[in-house]
Design a binder for this molecule. Structure first.
Ligand code: WT7
Length: 662
């Protein structure tokens, strides 16, 4: 095994279970329809050909999935590496592709979103493509009236409501660049991001609902921007009716802004490379990075990957539970499903309101057929037990999905059983804010292994490199890399060329120039199945061996008593690092010394002696980012008695207090 932070890691646990997809699904899925037409004999052959001929592949996808105002001259231009350009010379607009073309095709009456308010006494509302088209046009006219022009930045600090998607689309339509900040972020978090991109206009709401209560949002927005001179106007959506402070001359109600506007507005014909949005990543360390994405790429790989991986068909009801404020929401709540003309669920609130049956009830009521969520949500529901899903009819589900973290095999099995009676395959999709679309994932025809994201998708040459840029053999691990570019890739870091080059491209610049370093580690088993091990930084070094934190966590979660686990390394004179685990137990299980011992034995049995935690601590909660990632850095600092630093990005800062000194 290689040494060093980004060295290779070894697979300690081997997964032998394999789930074949239902025959019918495998045979008729969108991806294989294409593959068969092309004459491929196997999925493997198809994936290999598409990687090898990736430019030809993306060229065809760009023509299949997007409508162009003017065709492009060149599929990809790498002359300015690492600034890659796609579809140069082409004119396009993601609003046209997401909404306008469906109206032109006579599909305006189809429902784009079933909006489900959190309070159960408020009526649900269906938004058709026609309604979205008209409101976005009015809003775009309103923005123009405020002086917003192509290239201007617009910050959006709004809850999970259809108007947020419409604000994004209105910006896209006129060529303004949107920058969403998740509404759960603090005022300071929002202000830093508005300031960084120097937004001209801000969207916010009077408030939002969370666990049945209306909470204010506008005051946080006001506080955030009070000293930011670039912001000329604040557009305020009335969602809760809460009273709001008002700045005369600067603030405008959303409904007032669109009231007298025309429902027609010309869509800007943009260059494929014109920027669509900036999204600041929820990185677990350091200052947030403003990832830039472009119109052309966004019209191609998000819809294509959604169509292939989740197999959306005319009658499907798609539910991606992510908030629009994250990349998953950008790609798979807004741009991709709209582009495919799909019907989606948009639910405003939390999964436990009014009780833990809420999500299951929504699936039952709306006959959701394809459901996509995050492991942290699955584990949270798993903790509540099977009695909740048992109360509902979830037979409409035909495909499941997961994203954001490794889906531990234990959670995988629970998800399969309780959301879809073991009938629906799980598409565990690996990707990033930077990639814009799925990169490694099963297709509906892929036999799946629990905990595995299967293989790189068609059009990607994603592989695993050691530190010197050599591909590592099966059975070993290393850095996830993309040696070739893809359409919805990040284009830059907003105003930070140095970090852009350093973080993604420097590592292999001398050995394999133009190779994208994802910042994650992964291994492949002997059959070539990929297992994502977590971020490069989340790696333990025990007695000279590198062990992925996520793998030890996975082993712990596989024990019947454990609901969730966070693993850190404690400096150890002999071993370099000793493994310490913070464990959340399932409801009804009591902590004890015997149980701690049992868990150590359990890790020993599943992973080997090297991975045995030196310490097991039982806690009620662990600190997480708002997107559900365990903040091991903060846990480690608190446990070792060091300053925890900036905890403003945490969803549950109070969990830090519960972490004991070790
Ligand atoms: C990081 C990207 C892009 C979706 C949401 C998060 C981790 C993402 C998986 C997966 C294991 C995963 C990686 C990646 N990740 N999907 N299926 N299995 N890990 O977006 O905030 O940009 O985070 O999430 O570590 O680098 P993000």
């Amino acid at each position: 095994m290689a040494e060093g932070k980004t060295g290779t890691t070894k697979v300690l646990m081997e997964e032998t279970r394999i789930f074949e997809p239902p025959k019918d699904l495998a045979e008729n899925c969108n991806a294989w329809q294409w593959g068969k037409k092309k004459g491929f004999k196997t999925e493997k052959e198809m994936r290999a050909w598409c990687g090898e001929h990736y430019l030809e592949f993306w060229d065809e996808m760009a023509k299949t999935y997007a409508d162009w105002f003017k065709p492009y001259d060149k599929v990809m231009d790498d002359s300015g590496m690492p600034y890659f350009k796609w579809f140069t010379g082409g004119k396009i607009n993601v609003f046209y592709n997401s909404v306008e073309r469906h109206i032109k095709a006579g599909k305006g009456a189809k429902v784009a979103y079933h909006f489900i308010p959190e309070p159960t006494d408020q009526a649900e509302k269906a938004y058709t493509y026609q309604e979205i088209y008209e409101t976005v046009n009015k809003l775009a006219n309103g923005l123009k009236g405020l002086g917003v022009v192509k290239g201007d930045r617009v910050s959006i600090y709004m809850p999970m409501v259809p108007e947020t998607a419409m604000a994004m689309l209105a910006c896209a339509k006129i060529g303004a660049i949107h920058s969403l900040v998740f509404s759960g972020f603090s005022s300071k978090g929002f202000g830093d991001r508005v300031d960084d991109c120097q937004a001209k206009v801000v969207f916010t709401s009077d408030g939002f609902y969370r666990r049945g209560k209306p909470l204010p949002l506008k005051p946080q927005a006001d506080e955030a921007i009070k000293e930011i001179g670039s912001v000329k106007n604040v557009i305020v959506l009335k969602r809760t009716g809460l009273e709001v402070p008002w700045n005369q001359g600067k603030d405008i109600w959303f409904h007032e802004l669109i009231k007298d506007q025309s429902a027609e507005c010309k869509t800007e014909e943009l260059d494929a490379e014109d920027r669509l949005f900036i999204l600041y990543t929820s990185g677990t360390t350091g200052k947030p990075k403003g990832i830039e994405h472009a119109h052309g790429g966004y019209c191609v790989s998000p819809p294509q990957t959604l169509h292939w991986v989740f197999d959306l068909k005319e009658g499907d009801v798609w539910w991606c539970t992510a908030d629009v404020g994250w990349i998953t929401g950008h790609s798979y709540v807004v741009y991709a499903p709209l582009s495919l003309g799909a019907t989606s669920i948009m639910y405003e609130g939390s999964p436990d309101f009014p009780d833990f049956g809420r999500w299951y009830k929504i699936i039952q009521d709306h006959k959701v057929s394809v459901f996509y969520t995050a492991p942290t949500a699955v584990r949270m529901l798993m903790k509540q037990g099977e009695e909740w899903p048992e109360k509902y009819d979830l037979s409409s589900i035909r495909l499941l999905g997961s994203v954001g973290e490794p889906l531990n095999p234990e959670a995988y099995m629970w998800y399969r059983k309780n959301f879809a009676y073991d009938k629906a395959p799980i598409m565990d999709t690996w990707w990033q804010t930077e990639t814009g679309c799925y990169v490694i994932s099963p297709l509906p025809m892929t036999p799946c292994k629990p905990g595995s994201v299967a293989y790189p998708l068609p059009g990607f040459n994603t592989t695993i490199f050691d530190e010197d840029g050599n591909e590592v053999p099966l059975g070993e691990g290393g850095n996830i890399v993309n040696p070739t570019p893809w359409p919805s890739m990040l284009r830059a870091f907003y105003k930070d060329e140095v970090r852009y080059k350093k973080e993604y491209w420097e590592m292999y610049w001398n050995t394999k120039p133009g190779t994208y370093l994802a910042g994650d580690k992964a291994t492949r088993d002997k059959d070539g199945y990929w297992f994502v091990q977590g971020r490069i930084d989340d790696v333990l070094s025990v007695a000279g061996h590198r062990i992925a934190n996520a793998e030890v966590e996975s082993s712990l979660v596989a024990h019947a008593a454990v609901s969730e686990a966070a693993v850190i390394g404690k400096p150890d004179e002999v071993k370099g690092e000793a493994i310490v685990a913070f464990v959340i137990l399932k409801k009804g299980v009591s902590p004890s010394d015997d149980l701690a011992k049992e868990l150590k034995t359990h890790v020993r049995t599943t992973m080997g002696p090297l991975a045995i935690p030196a310490g097991v601590f039982f806690v009620d909660d662990v600190p997480k980012t708002r997107s559900g990632k365990i903040m091991r850095r903060v846990i480690k600092a608190k446990a070792l008695g060091n300053p925890t630093g900036d905890t403003s990005a945490l969803a549950n800062p109070e969990a830090v207090d519960g972490i004991p000194l070790i």
